[in-house]
Structure formats: structure tokens, C-alpha cells
Design a binder for this molecule. Structure first.
Ligand code: ADP
Length: 593
């Protein structure tokens, strides 16, 4: 079975526009319409101002009609007022809608990420995903504020202004527009180039974020192995690459504006020379000419804005493309329609001929069969890479089995609802994960309905109450990123309290490999014993005490269970376990995994 998430096909620009229209714009159609009305008002008044130059010049200046002085002046004032109100309304509405659309997308993406399978996260770097949620959204935000607000208005203005130009002097207009296509083609070529460069920038930025995140969170390792130079080198290669790409993008962008200006200059020169000649020999009136040139010059600003908008729209589109790419990546984990809830009665976990592979050639598990008896502890032991973690990962369906089945009290876990399955399982892993929140919130994680008294009772049972009470703010102390302000043993006891509070019938335990001092070890052990009480426990055992006390030991080697039995029986048989025991557990306490 292929275990890769269903990758999304690349979207074409037309697809992108269609999707943005359907998914982002359509829900706000009413407000877009309102903004559209404002846009038309702005564009019309821009054109009206140019058109008004005709009566201003011909009637007031040439014919010197005093009676028209006020009416013409008032008309100009009215048009300015309409333009101002329209521009304000349009900007406010578009900003509101645009930002709401983006927030919707951002929330949708985060929701989507939360429900993705572990397979997906193994294939996508965290930094890259963060960059989808931050830089790509920022690019889209930029596009929305410069483009959505300006694009419609500027293009409409241009259309109306061109209308005025043709109305006043169609011959002159035709001449002026010979230069026009010449400006559009290079601009659109620049846009395409820019989109490619920006996409690369985003990729490199993602890689950089991942690198920084990893080397800072692993800073102790970096220092201990004196890898500062190596990490610095890696970071500098990436920042240099990003700098070069940004410079390249800016160079492309910088070209757009002067290009437009030069083209505009050519058009204006032609118009002045040819238009002036037509006025002088009487083919056209001075008013028409001034109105024409006003329209032409008024069109310059929106044209330039369009060219700039084009660039940022392209950046935004590239961002949208990547964002949709993630949104379109489906989950592998299929839940049956109307899947019934899992009913745990005794809590028996059975692996029946389970095979699994992470997607590569090698199978991580081959025909695993084992039964974890209800309420008992089953210890998984074996060399590193044997498949112990994989066995645990399959029970909450972090991954799906390729062959065989996992049954809990006779129910195939693939047939029941994932929510009911995961509600029945508590997980305490060796890389104890605490969130940067209060102690209380960390214990209550997954049981938001638990009262403060419940939380404290669980902490008490986990042997954590006393040290928590001694923290500066007690249960309201913030534990810091990954719980760095607490000791290893303290973190473990908080994780145990969390599992106790969840009170699930099945317990998956990945025992910590790091050695604790004897006293802490004893406290953690006592807490674990209390947690295991009455639960079906599968534990990846690294400690002799755990293995020796387990009701059943499954020895895992190269993806198979090679021996099963209790400590005494397995030692007596003199097989793999006894050899492993001699190697791994003979030194007291913790050993390597
Ligand atoms: P153990 O817990 O016994 O040390 P694991 O279950 O972690 O062993 O690993 C079993 C095998 O699966 C190993 O060969 C390991 O390299 C491989 N493996 C583990 N996790 C992944 C993963 N996320 N992607 C690909 N291969 C993996």
C-alpha cells in the first residue's frame, strides 16, 4: 500500500483565479458588488474630469463665456467629491473583505494541517509549512491591499479615459495607441519571470526557517559537538541564496516602472507633435486637444499602478498556489462513513499478522502477531530499529497497517471512528512534550472539561503535586517552550498526570532512556505503576525493572516478534532475550534503546 498523501496537481493561473473566485470571493459577493459601484464612480469621475477640460478650454477660455464660469466650476467640484467618496468607500470595503478572506484561508490551512497524517509531516519540513502560513499569506495580503483595491479601479479608469480620448479625437487616439501593445507585452513577461523567482525565494525561506528552528532548539547539541561553524555555514548559504533571489526579484520589479515611463514618454511626444499640428491647422479644437492630453496623462498613473499591481498580484498568486497545494493534499487515513465508536470492554489489544512499511522498500514490520492481555503490562524489547515504536504508532492509527489487522476487544481499529479509538488511548512518550502554557493547561490537555480538583488529584497521583505547589505560580506557572524550565523527571511526572487525567483503558508508554537519579527514578516509577494499574499497557522498555515486572515480554527483532514470555521463562529458554538481557539490561537501571 502506498503511504504517501495524495499530492495535489499543480494549478494553472486560470484554475487559481477560478478557485479564488469560488472559494474566497463568492461568499462576499454582496460587498464586492458595493465596492464595484464605488470603483465605477471613481473611474467615471476620473474620465469626467478629463472630459470637462473640453468646455473649460473652449467655452471659458476661447469663447470667454462668463455665464458658464460657475456651472463648469461646480461640475468640476462635484466630480472631485464623487471621486473622493468613491475612493474611500472602495478602499475600506475591499480592505475589509480582502483581509477577511485571507484570515479565512489562514484558519482553514491551520485546521487542515492539524488533521494531516504523520506521513505528511514526515514528508514536509516544519519550516516550510510555517512559511505557508506566514510569508505566503503575507504575499497574498500584499496582493490584496495593492491589487484588489487598485486593480478594478485602475483598469476601469483606463477604459473610460481611453473612451474620452477616442471621443475627442479618434485619429490621435489611434496614433497614441500604437505604442500601447508594446508596453503590455514586456510587462507581462516580467510578471511571469517574477513569479518564478518569488517561488524560489519562498522555498529557500522555508528551508532557512527549518534550519534556524532546528539548530536553536538543538542548541545544546550544536555546542556540545562544536557544530557552530557548520550550522553557521549552512545558514549563510541559505541567507545568501535568499538575498540573491530577492535582489533578482527587485531588479525585475525595478525594470517595470522605467519601462512604462519610457513608453509613456514616446506616446506623449507623438501626441504633442501630431496633436499640436492638428490644432494649428484647424482640424481639431484646442479644447478637444486639452481634454485628450489630460485623459492621456491621467491614464499614466493608473497604468503604472497596474504594472506594479501586476507584480504583487503575481507574488500573491504564487503564494496562493503553494497554499492551495497544501490544502489540496489529502489525508491517507480514511475513516469509514458512519464508523461506529470503539467499545472497550476488557481492553485486549491484538495484532494479527500485521505488516507495515513507511513507504520505502524495507518493511518496518513483517507479520507481527501479539496479544496484549487486558489490564496487563506487555513490554516490547529489542535492538534499536527493531520496530517497537512502529508497533505503538499503529495502535492510535498514526499510520495504517499494510496487511493484517489490529483488534481491540475484537473490533478492527480500521473500522471504528478515529475519535473513539484515540479517546481510548493514553500516550506517554519518551520525548515528553509539554506546551508553552501553564502546568495546569498541560495536565488538562485533551480533557478541557476537567476541574481544577481533578487536575490536582491527577498531579497528586503522579507524584507531581508537591513540586508543582513549590513552583513560583503553582499550577499557573508557565513551563516555557517544551517545558525547558522543568527537570526531566518533573516533565515526565506532568506527562504521567496528563495520562492519568485522561483515564483511558489502553496505555502506550515509551520509556525514557535518559537516566534519572535514583530518587527521581523511584518517584517516576511509582507514578507509572499507579498509571498502569488496571490498564492494558504496551511499553517500550528500556529499564530492567520494567522488563522484569512485565506480565509479558515480546522480543522484537527486524520487524518480527521473535520470542514471547515472562522474564523467568525467557531467561530459562536461553534465546534472543537472554542474550539481549546480557547486553542491554545487565548494567543496572537505564540502558540504551
Ligand atoms: P525501534 O522503536 O524498535 O527502535 P522503530 O519502530 O522506530 O524501531 O523503527 C523500525 C524501522 O522503521 C527502522 O528501520 C526505522 O528506520 C524505520 N522507520 C521508523 N520511523 C520511520 C519513518 N517515520 N519513516 C521511515 N522509516 C522509519
Amino acid at each position: 500500500m502506498a503511504v504517501s498523501p495524495t499530492a495535489a496537481p499543480a494549478l494553472t493561473t486560470a484554475d487559481l483565479y477560478r478557485r479564488l473566485l469560488r472559494e474566497a470571493v463568492a461568499p462576499y459577493a454582496g460587498r464586492f458588488l458595493l465596492a464595484g459601484v464605488c470603483m465605477v464612480a471613481v473611474a467615471l469621475s476620473t474620465a469626467a474630469l478629463a472630459w470637462l477640460m473640453d468646455p473649460v478650454v473652449n467655452r471659458v477660455f476661447v469663447e470667454k463665456r462668463a455665464d458658464l464660469l460657475w456651472p463648469v466650476g461646480l461640475a468640476v467640484l462635484t466630480v472631485f467629491a464623487v471621486k473622493g467618496i468613491g475612493a474611500y468607500g472602495q478602499t475600506v470595503i475591499m480592505t475589509q473583505v480582502g483581509q477577511t478572506v485571507l484570515t479565512d484561508l489562514q484558519n482553514r490551512l491551520f485546521r487542515h494541517l492539524l488533521q494531516m497524517d504523520l506521513t505528511f509531516f514526515a514528508q514536509h519540513r516544519t519550516g516550510t509549512l510555517i512559511s505557508r502560513l506566514t510569508t505566503d499569506i503575507a504575499a497574498m495580503r500584499m496582493a490584496v491591499s495593492t491589487a484588489l483595491t487598485g486593480l478594478g479601479r485602475e483598469s476601469l479608469s483606463i477604459i473610460f479615459l481611453v473612451g474620452v480620448m477616442f471621443y475627442q479625437d479618434w485619429l490621435l487616439a489611434t496614433v497614441a495607441f500604437v505604442a500601447f501593445p508594446a508596453t503590455v507585452i514586456p510587462i507581462s513577461l516580467l510578471g511571469r519571470r517574477l513569479r518564478k523567482v518569488t517561488a524560489n525565494t519562498q522555498e529557500q525561506t522555508g528551508a532557512f526557517m527549518t534550519l534556524v528552528e532546528q539548530s536553536l532548539s538543538g542548541i545544546r547539541l550544536v555546542k556540545a559537538y562544536r557544530m557552530e561553524e557548520y550550522e553557521r555555514g549552512r545558514a549563510e548559504r541559505l541567507t545568501t541564496a535568499i538575498r540573491d533571489l530577492v535582489i533578482k526579484a527587485e531588479r525585475v520589479k525595478a525594470m517595470a516602472s522605467p519601462l512604462m515611463e519610457t513608453m509613456g514618454g514616446v506616446a506623449v511626444t507623438i501626441v504633442i507633435v501630431y496633436g499640436g499640428w492638428r490644432v494649428i491647422n484647424g482640424t481639431t479644437s484646442a479644447g478637444a486637444f486639452f481634454s485628450f492630453i489630460t485623459a492621456l496623462l491621467s491614464a499614466y498613473r493608473p497604468m503604472k499602478a497596474l504594472a506594479n499591481a501586476n507584480a504583487s498580484v503575481n507574488e500573491g498568486l504564487a503564494g496562493a498556489q503553494r497554499l492551495f497545494g497544501v490544502l489540496d493534499t489529502g489525508t491517507v487515513m480514511a475513516e469509514k462513513v458512519n464508523a461506529p465508536a470503539l467499545h472497550v470492554t476488557r481492553g485486549e489489544v491484538r495484532f494479527a499478522d500485521v505488516a507495515f512499511s513507511y513507504g520505502g522498500e524495507a518493511e518496518a514490520l513483517k507479520a507481527i502477531s501479539l496479544v496484549a492481555a487486558p489490564g496487563k503490562t506487555t513490554a516490547l524489547v529489542g535492538p534499536s530499529g527493531a520496530g517497537k515504536t512502529t508497533i505503538l504508532n499503529l495502535i492510535p492509527r498514526f499510520y495504517d497497517v499494510a496487511e493484517g489487522a489490529i483488534l481491540i476487544d475484537g473490533q478492527n481499529i480500521a473500522d471504528v471512528s478515529i475519535a473513539s479509538l484515540r479517546n481510548s488511548i493514553a500516550l506517554v512518550s519518551q520525548d515528553v512534550v509539554l506546551f508553552d502554557d501553564t502546568v495546569r493547561a498541560n495536565i488538562r490537555y485533551g480533557r478541557s472539561d476537567a476541574s481544577d480538583a481533578d487536575v490536582e488529584a491527577a498531579a497528586g497521583a503522579a507524584g507531581a503535586h508537591d513540586f508543582i505547589a513549590g513552583l513560583p505560580e503553582g499550577y499557573d506557572t508557565i513551563v516555557g517552550e517544551r517545558g525547558q524550565t522543568l527537570s526531566g523527571g518533573q516533565r515526565q511526572r506532568i506527562a504521567i498526570a496528563r495520562a492519568l487525567l485522561k483515564d483511558a483503558p489502553i496505555l502506550l508508554l515509551d520509556e525514557a532512556t535518559s537516566a534519572l537519579d535514583t530518587e527521581t527514578e523511584r518517584q517516576v516509577q511509582a507514578a507509572l505503576d499507579r498509571l498502569k494499574q488496571g490498564r492494558t499497557t504496551l511499553v517500550i522498555a528500556h529499564r530492567l525493572s520494567t522488563v522484569a515486572a512485565a506480565d509479558q515480554i515480546c522480543v522484537v527483532d527486524q520487524g518480527r516478534v521473535v520470542e514471547t514470555g515472562d522474564h523467568g521463562a525467557l531467561m530459562a529458554s536461553g534465546g534472543t532475550y537472554s542474550r539481549l538481557y546480557a547486553l542491554q539490561f545487565s548494567t543496572l537501571g537505564a540502558a540504551t534503546g
